[in-house]
Design a protein around this ligand. Structure first.
Ligand code: GLN
Length: 198
């Protein structure tokens, strides 16, 4: 299995490493041709306005629309990646994919100095709480009926999925815990076999 990691900004190397430790090949994606032979994509955190703008400029938004047309190409968006996957955005609204029926409020957890780490209970992962790092994270407000919440923090959903798409407001690559990457790889496996991708 080969997974792309969007390599415009953010913890690209950490995502590549976590993905490989979780058992897949991981490749950097900057241009549309880098998506070839990948079965899924991870979009790291960063500044969503910049990432969205460069994705549009490099032709990646169009290429991903094409690649996801059959609804069988999983994408995991973390933090800024969540914003790029959100249907609606509160705050400056970046160019984005908008596949997940949520409203994301940018920077709703406060400034850089207000970044924090919590042990999150994520029932879908089982076991120990997950060490989740929030950095100027977005909040998920409205959530459509097709969206399944996977974890909450202080009453707000901070991780969710809809069909092949997974989002988290926090960074899962900043600790040694690879369970979310494993969860995403399982999702990729499921969407490409159960749903019959070639
Ligand atoms: N604050 C950033 C944004 O709005 C997201 C922060 C992050 O990805 N760590 O795009």
């Amino acid at each position: 299995m080969r997974i792309g990691v969007l390599a415009i900004q953010g913890d690209v190397r950490e995502h590549l490493r976590h993905t490989e430790r979780a058992g897949a090949e991981a490749v950097e994606v900057r241009l549309p041709r880098d998506l070839e032979n990948t079965q899924g994509l991870i979009m790291p955190g960063g500044e969503s306005t910049t990432i969205g703008m460069l994705m549009a400029e490099y032709g990646l938004i169009d290429a991903l629309r094409e690649r996801t047309r059959d609804g069988r190409y999983p994408i995991y968006g973390t933090c800024a990646g969540l914003i790029l996957l959100a249907k609606d955005v509160v705050g400056k609204s970046p160019a984005r994919l908008g596949y997940v029926d949520i409203e994301a409020s940018r920077n709703a957890y406060g400034r850089q100095v207000a970044s924090f780490e919590v042990g999150l209970d994520i029932p879908a992962l089982g076991g120990e709480p997950f060490p989740a790092v929030f950095i100027r994270a977005p909040k998920i407000g409205r959530m459509g009926p097709g969206v399944t919440p996977l974890a909450s923090y202080q009453g707000d959903v901070v991780m969710a999925e809809q069909g092949p798409y997974l989002v988290s407001a926090f960074h899962p690559e900043m600790s040694a815990d690879i369970r979310i990457h494993q969860y995403f790889l399982k999702k990729v496996e499921q969407w490409s076999t159960v749903h019959g991708v070639s």
